[in-house]
Structure formats: structure tokens, C-alpha cells
Design a protein around this ligand. Structure first.
Ligand code: FMN
Length: 253
């Protein structure tokens, strides 16, 4: 086991953090949490011997704001394990994009994986994941990573994905606030891109800044923050075929 792992992550609704932090704890005695979505404390350079970098998949890519923040971290040749967490549909170019950014930032990527969590826009898809089986697979992945590091195995590997990447994810509409919103502003505090402001006692969401990450919806204690109904319905229809299948986790080492 390693002494310290730096865990860099973005996890608007918690699934990516659950999977990534579990893996980080398999790898090291102590884990330093480095939330790339934190607006107040920009994440700093890794202190430990290994970093785990975990990002969610949005539209087959990694969220643009997460990519920008990761680019600011200097890997300085240190080892990293990268994972993308997706909602049981597909991760397409996300892992390739993550690895390219991690390498450009100076990390030496030793292993990668794609793991499934509940879909943050449609909870019936990937419901309950990561589950016990996923955690078992994360544990085994961790053991294989430790073995590779211990043996000084520098073997290269490749991950799936295409060039050019899938088109940038365009936000079609932002979450909205229902009439019973009491302006507690927890949604604004949770928003990683500062897209939400209060104007004339109303919440205003800047679509140019919104990543549609669902952090605001998750943060609302009275469920007043929701997706516009036509959008929620369209997403439910689009994703219904992924409700009854189980996508398997994939690892590359
Ligand atoms: C805007 C948006 C786009 C998404 N696109 C995909 C996708 O392309 N493929 C997929 O399988 N899941 C997709 N998801 C689901 C998330 O990848 C999944 O729920 C992930 O666990 C979210 O991370 P979090 O729980 O840390 O917020 C998307 C979710 C959002 C909010």
C-alpha cells in the first residue's frame, strides 16, 4: 500500500467521488481530497506519490470546466491513475480525452478505467451503482495497480476513443427553480461554474456558464430545483433502453 494518494475529482452528484475515493483508499493509507469543482480553493499540485483523477462523462466527453481545471495542475512526471464514471450508457471519447489532458499536464498515467454510476439525469438508469460488485472490481483494480507500481512495470497501454472527439457538449437548457423556491441559495453555492445568481428575488441561471452538471438539483433541500419537464421527459425516453442492461466496468493497465 502507498502512503499518500492525491484524489482529484469532479462529482456534481456524488457518483464519481464514491467510485474514485474507494479506489484511492484501496491504494493508500491516506487520501488527500482535491475537488476540482471547488471555486474557493483551486486544487494544488500533488503531494503524494500517486494521483487518482476521476471525472464524470457528459455527452461522451469530460465536462469542459473540469478539463480546464485539470489543465492547471502540474503533474511534474508523477504517476496517476485516471478513471471516468458514466451513467450506464457509454463513455465514448471521455477516457481518451482525460488521459490526453493528464499527460499534457505532466502526469505519467499508469492505469485507467471506466466505471458505472447511477445516471445523474435519469436515476432509473444505472440505479444503485456503484454497487457491491463495482466496489469489488475497484478493489481488484487497485490491487493490480499496486502490483504494477511495485514491479516497476512501465508498460504502455491504450484506451478506447476516437479523433476527432465527439462534438462539444452543448447545454440545451438549464435547470429551473419551482415557485416554492425559498432562495436559500444552496444551489448557487453548489454550482461549480457560478452560473446561478439572484436578481429581483429570483434565481437567474446563465446558460453560457451552466454545465448542466446537476449539482444544483442535488443540492436543493426542498427539491425546488428541477430539469424543465419537456427536457426531463425527452432524456427519460432517450435513456429508457439503458434501464434494464448492466454495462460492465472496464480497466486498462
Ligand atoms: C449533462 C450530462 C451528460 C451525461 N452524459 C452521459 C453520457 O454521455 N454517457 C453516460 O453513460 N452517462 C452520461 N451522464 C451520466 C453521468 O456520467 C453519470 O451519472 C455520472 O455518475 C455523474 O457523475 P456524478 O455522480 O459524480 O455527478 C451524463 C450526465 C449529465 C448530467
Amino acid at each position: 500500500m502507498l502512503k499518500v494518494v492525491d484524489f482529484y475529482y469532479v462529482s456534481p452528484t456524488g457518483g464519481t467521488k464514491r467510485a474514485g475515493e474507494y479506489l484511492a483508499n484501496v491504494l493508500a493509507e491516506s487520501v488527500v481530497l482535491r475537488d476540482l469543482a471547488d471555486k474557493k480553493t483551486p486544487a494544488s499540485a500533488p503531494a503524494g506519490d500517486l494521483s487518482v483523477i476521476a471525472l464524470p462523462v457528459f455527452g461522451g466527453r469530460i465536462p469542459a470546466f473540469a478539463a480546464e481545471r485539470l489543465k492547471l495542475i502540474k503533474g511534474a512526471g508523477k504517476k496517476a491513475v485516471t478513471i471516468v464514471v458514466y451513467g450506464n450508457r457509454a463513455y465514448e471519447d471521455a477516457l481518451l480525452e482525460l488521459n490526453n489532458i493528464a499527460k499534457e499536464s505532466g502526469f505519467d498515467v499508469a492505469a485507467s478505467g471506466a466505471f458505472v454510476a447511477q445516471h445523474s439525469m435519469c436515476p432509473e438508469v444505472g440505479a444503485g451503482r456503484p454497487d457491491e460488485r463495482d466496489f469489488e472490481e475497484l478493489k481488484n483494480f487497485g490491487k493490480r495497480i499496486l502490483k504494477k507500481l511495485l514491479e516497476g512495470d512501465e508498460r504502455e497501454f491504450s484506451v478506447p476513443g476516437n479523433y476527432p472527439y465527439k462534438a462539444d457538449f452543448i447545454v440545451p437548457a438549464t435547470p429551473i427553480s419551482a415557485d416554492f423556491c425559498n432562495l436559500c441559495r444552496r444551489c448557487a453555492a453548489a454550482c461549480p461554474t457560478d452560473a446561478i445568481a439572484v436578481l429581483d428575488n429570483k434565481l437567474i441561471t446563465d446558460i453560457a456558464k451552466c454545465a448542466l452538471c446537476m449539482a444544483c438539483v442535488k443540492a436543493c433541500p426542498i427539491h425546488a430545483r428541477i430539469l424543465p419537464l419537456p427536457m426531463a421527459e425527452k432524456i427519460r425516453q432517450m435513456l429508457s433502453k439503458f434501464k434494464d442492461i448492466r454495462r460492465e466496468n472496464e480497466t486498462y493497465i
